[in-house]
Design a protein around this ligand. Structure first.
Ligand SMILES: Cc1cc2nc3c(=O)[nH]c(=O)nc-3n(C[C@H](O)[C@H](O)[C@H](O)COP(=O)(O)OP(=O)(O)OC[C@H]3O[C@@H](n4cnc5c(N)ncnc54)[C@H](O)[C@@H]3O)c2cc1C
Length: 443
């Protein structure tokens, strides 16, 4: 079995190009975010990034998440993970690489679960970057337990009629279409078989985008700006029957398809969090070497050294866990198996990665003192955004439940415990009786 932590030189050269490109061409755009929110700002942003996208395409790095037969670069999860670590440094970077959530996840979903017509109509424009999409599942009354979702789709001749109330539908208010998780059947074959995903063009009558919910991450977010989390009322929304993802065969497959979408997405999230963590870590170390207090620079205080060592260890552990999960997914894919066999690895990186992100940014703020709390540094915004990582894509607790349940399947109850020494000693005495007979044992 090969154990290899190296990246092929050709791909390492691509990663090096990405590091420089993100640092020099994309990160500087962050400080102009205010301008991009003014009237005409989005058009200005589009003009600035158009030539950057061309450079990415020329490097063969555009939409790397899909297999070549679907129009992507077919990087596989390990390479994609390494790439996302770089893109994660800056919120603008994924869109410049045609790899931004939720569009990339929705394109992956349609590539594995969509009909040929759905791929043509909805996936190709996502890949080309000419359409935006949204994944609309969570409801005010149900999130972590999706079997409680109530939005319904009833068949009426050649159409679905959708009614329900969703929220946290990211990017809905700027999207061209929504992929809506709907209850399409009863639970007679199990609660998880009662749901289907239905493609709804955003401008369909009855799709009522109530607002983008202001959040801790973006308290002054305005409806219709990128990155919003929409509250939506679906009121007698009619779409063609063929809009169910996967066609007739996709009915009742909503959760099975969601898993296909979410698995790779979690690798990408975790690696993007590492990109953010590394940025915070760099700021932490820079400040440690710069700030003088109580007779020395902060870097010479043991407590600060502890933060640096702990942060590095946590980040490195998160990185290795994530890349190993990505590697396992690639192996499963090569064997024609589903990545659900990597659910322990994927669950672990979700909660561990989110915690590391939060810890490292927190320490970076602390070492900067009051400066860390100001908007003169990006840390406070990074901190607010990081808090959501413990909630979205399933809260940490739910992933821990999955991990623990899977791990427990490897064990069985035993009374007395398998390691019970008197019991083991009796067994050993029986096993080695012929030898023991020869010696006198003193008690
Ligand atoms: C920034 C952001 C973006 C999002 N984008 C999207 C999106 O694009 N599309 C979409 O559909 N949704 C989106 N969501 C919603 C997200 O997926 C849900 O918030 C998440 O699944 C949790 O659901 P909930 O908020 O209803 O929490 P609840 O289900 O009410 O859970 C609340 C808390 O209860 C605890 N809990 C729940 N179950 C268990 C359990 N079994 N054991 C122990 N504790 C438990 C956890 O602490 C959990 O945080 C987004 C959320 C955020 C914050």
């Amino acid at each position: 079995m090969a154990w290899d932590f190296e990246t092929e030189p050709e791909f390492e050269a691509k990663l090096e190009w990405m590091r420089r490109f993100v640092r020099e061409e994309i990160i500087p755009l962050e400080t102009l975010a205010h301008e991009f929110r003014q009237p005409g700002g989005r058009e200005m942003f589009a003009k600035i990034v158009a030539p950057l996208k061309d450079q990415v395409k020329a490097q063969g790095l555009w939409a790397a998440h899909l297999p070549p037969d679907m129009g992507g670069m077919g990087f596989g999860q390990v390479r994609l993970g390494l790439m996302h670590e770089i893109l994660g440094q800056c919120a603008f970077a994924p869109s410049v690489f045609g790899n931004n959530a939720p569009d990339s996840g929705n394109a992956e979903l349609l590539s594995v679960g969509g009909t040929p017509e759905q791929r043509e109509q909805w996936m190709k424009p996502l890949l080309a970057g000419t359409m935006r999409s949204c994944f609309s599942m969570t409801e005010p009354g149900a999130g972590a337990d999706p079997t409680l979702l109530t939005t319904s789709a009833m068949r009426d001749g050649d159409e679905w009629v959708i009614n329900g109330h969703k929220w946290f539908s990211s990017n809905a208010s700027i999207s061209d279409f929504l992929i809506v998780m709907c209850k399409t059947g009863d639970s007679e074959h199990g609660a998880y078989k009662a749901y289907s995903m239905i493609i709804v063009p955003t401008r369909t009558p009855g799709v009522n985008i109530v607002r983008d919910v202001p959040t801790m991450g973006e308290p002054d977010h305005k409806t219709g700006e990128p990155g919003g989390h929409a509250e939506i009322l679906y009121e007698n929304v009619r779409v063609p029957f063929d809009n169910v993802v996967g066609g007739e065969a996709g009915i009742g497959q909503g959760f099975a398809l969601a898993q296909k979408r979410l698995g790779p997405g979690r690798i990408h999230h975790a690696m993007r969090w590492l990109g953010q963590s590394q940025r915070a870590f760099d700021m932490l170390c820079e400040r440690a070497l710069t700030r003088y207090s109580h007779g020395s620079i902060l870097a010479e205080k043991q407590m600060i050294q502890d933060w640096i060592a702990e942060s590095h260890a946590e980040m490195q552990a998160a990185r290795l866990l994530t890349l190993q999960a990505a590697w396992k997914m690639d192996q499963l894919h090569a064997q024609g198996k589903h990545h659900s066999d990597a659910r322990v690895e994927i669950g672990v990186i979700k909660f561990w990665g989110a915690k590391v992100l939060y810890n490292v940014i927190d320490r970076a703020i602390q070492i900067h003192g009051s400066l860390g709390y100001t908007t003169d540094l990006p840390l406070e915004a990074m901190y607010r955004a990081a808090r959501a990582a413990r909630i979205y894509d399933g809260p940490d607790e739910v992933h821990k439940v999955t991990v623990a349940r899977q791990l427990l399947k490897r064990y069985r109850a035993s009374d007395p415990p398998l390691e019970h020494i008197p019991t083991r000693r009796l067994a050993a005495q029986e096993k080695f009786a012929s030898y023991l007979d020869d010696i006198a044992v003193s008690h």
